[in-house]
Write a protein that binds this ligand. Sequence first.
Ligand SMILES: *[C@@H]1O[C@H](CO)[C@@H](O)[C@H](O)[C@H]1NC(C)=O
Ligand SMILES: *[C@@H]1O[C@H](CO)[C@@H](O)[C@H](O)[C@H]1NC(C)=O
Ligand SMILES: *[C@@H]1O[C@H](CO)[C@@H](O)[C@H](O)[C@H]1NC(C)=O
Ligand SMILES: *[C@@H]1O[C@H](CO)[C@@H](O)[C@H](O)[C@H]1NC(C)=O
Ligand SMILES: *[C@@H]1O[C@H](CO)[C@@H](O)[C@H](O)[C@H]1NC(C)=O
Ligand SMILES: *[C@@H]1O[C@H](CO)[C@@H](O)[C@H](O)[C@H]1NC(C)=O
Ligand SMILES: *[C@@H]1O[C@H](CO)[C@@H](O)[C@H](O)[C@H]1NC(C)=O
Ligand SMILES: *[C@@H]1O[C@H](CO)[C@@H](O)[C@H](O)[C@H]1NC(C)=O
Ligand SMILES: *[C@@H]1O[C@H](CO)[C@@H](O)[C@H](O)[C@H]1NC(C)=O
Length: 488
Amino acid sequence: MVSTPRSNWKFRRQRSDLNRWLPPAYSYKTILMVLWLVALISFFLLQKDAASWFRFRPERSIPRLRPVVFNLTDFGGIGDGKTLNTRAFEKAVLAISKLAGKGGGQLNVPRGRWLTAPFNLTSHITLFLAEDAVVLGVQNEKYWPLMPPLPSYGSGREHAGPRYGSLIHGQNLRDVVITGHNGTIDGQGQTWWKKYKQKLLSHTRGPLVQIMWSRDIIISDVTLQNSPFWTLHPYDCKNITIRNVTILAPIFGAPNTDGIDPDSCEDLVIDSCYISVGDDGVAIKSGWDQFGISYGRPSANILIRNLVIRSIVSAGVSIGSEMSGGVSNITVENVHVWNSRRGVRIKTAPGRGGYVRNIVYRNLEFENVRVGIVIKTDYNEHPETGFDPKALPILEDISFTNVHGQGVRVPVRIYGSPEIPVKNITFRNMSVGITYKKKHIFQCSYVQGRVIGTIFPAPCDNLDRYDEQERLVWQSTRRNFTNIDYDI
Ligand SMILES: *[C@@H]1O[C@H](CO)[C@@H](O)[C@H](O)[C@H]1NC(C)=O
Ligand SMILES: *[C@@H]1O[C@H](CO)[C@@H](O)[C@H](O)[C@H]1NC(C)=O
Ligand SMILES: *[C@@H]1O[C@H](CO)[C@@H](O)[C@H](O)[C@H]1NC(C)=O
Ligand SMILES: *[C@@H]1O[C@H](CO)[C@@H](O)[C@H](O)[C@H]1NC(C)=O
Ligand SMILES: *[C@@H]1O[C@H](CO)[C@@H](O)[C@H](O)[C@H]1NC(C)=O
Ligand SMILES: *[C@@H]1O[C@H](CO)[C@@H](O)[C@H](O)[C@H]1NC(C)=O
Ligand SMILES: *[C@@H]1O[C@H](CO)[C@@H](O)[C@H](O)[C@H]1NC(C)=O
Ligand SMILES: *[C@@H]1O[C@H](CO)[C@@H](O)[C@H](O)[C@H]1NC(C)=O
Ligand SMILES: *[C@@H]1O[C@H](CO)[C@@H](O)[C@H](O)[C@H]1NC(C)=O
């Protein structure tokens, strides 16, 4: 409790009033008794750690979301942050897997710190994380199972061969919900990031939550933090909603901790999330080079909106660089990117194949961002085995409407190449406050498209200009002109 000088003064006054009415001996006894009580209470406080002290706060009542509800403690779970709860989670999941025909089951994870090794989910499960419930990933990689590489990647993203599975994993499921009163799933990635940097790992790190070949998934009202690798990875899934999720990792020194990576997914919504991580906030993908091309599963019909993102190392919202199965019909709207390296980025390279088309960006706000809008066609990271350099991705039909912000150094950098030109790009109603008053901060190369109305800063000469009524005012003859300058 905060006591203001005023209430202190009142208290002192009351005490001196009291002294006037009590015999002196009695007040000594009172002082002794108070001291004794203080000692006793301190003793009990020291006995209990901070987590159990929380129990004195009444637990928020948890809604019933399935016909049958379990508590992790029903299966022997111990939330002391030290005991492994893998068996408890597995038993709970097994019990719920038997309720498939009866509407499934809900597993409540109460307040506490629940250390666990990776475990698998089942269909028709609702995992409910109470307020102050923290599921902790065990740090020793011996507990993390190895799994075959994703078919559309052919190998692990960091090492050839198998990869570590995710802390919370699901395959071939339907109707899965992960929700709560903002409870947390914490991958304790610190040891993984350190080992990765010291090159002590021989397999690709595992994501925090990975759901594969599944449909009808909801992830909402939870916090995901300190993932060893990508945080939330829906892979080849359909009908997924990710809402009101907080995703956190250190903004430096937490390599590849992307927030959300929709990968070969269809019908996906990401809404109202706060993301501050050590790599891309959101990165839409669809497989890697020859493996992604032959797997051939695009990411399509994705709506991303109402996000606040910080990414010092990479970008707020990315598409690629693995996009070999194609990416189309993506809407990114009401996205605020702050204190970041880049706002939004499309990245690809020769060898990827596939396409990125029909992409709509609307109502973007950049605040203290080095480069606002980036398209990069030479992102040359490839699997170890031979990719086809002639597999050229197509980039087309991309529009930016209502782009605003302040403190941006280079508002636009569109790097198309003779092999991968950027086609049919549209800018409309853009005004970005810049920090660097130099020409060529709207950088282009091999790009064809148009600007509608006036925009700030002045667009590159590669783009045609239209007035507000969409009448052609000026036609570019310099589409292949290049003024990319990475030094700004
Ligand atoms: C789970 O069980 C524990 C121990 O019995 C209890 O303290 C807690 O309130 C229960 N929580 C829920 C959400 O049922
Ligand atoms: C989860 O299921 C997959 C597929 O059956 C399996 O490969 C993986 O080892 C399982 N993970 C765990 C932690 O049991
Ligand atoms: C978002 O999550 C917070 C914390 O769990 C909750 O208080 C709030 O009601 C949620 N917002 C919506 C719109 O569901
Ligand atoms: C949820 O918890 C995270 C981490 O503890 C916190 O940063 C975030 O503000 C909380 N979200 C809400 C809506 O209370
Ligand atoms: C998508 O998933 C949600 C949540 O499971 C479900 O309610 C909805 O019916 C699904 N929509 C379609 C089109 O399958
Ligand atoms: C494009 O995606 C949106 C969801 O963002 C969906 O409603 C719409 O039907 C999709 N359009 C096509 C042509 O598939
Ligand atoms: C250019 O892209 C816009 C969407 O941004 C689309 O409406 C239009 O049809 C495309 N034009 C051509 C010639 O493909
Ligand atoms: C342009 O953006 C401003 C600021 O967001 C907005 O007030 C205005 O309505 C937009 N104009 C159009 C034509 O959308
Ligand atoms: C510009 O580059 C494109 C793609 O490389 C090519 O097809 C086109 O002929 C070039 N145009 C000019 C005027 O050089």
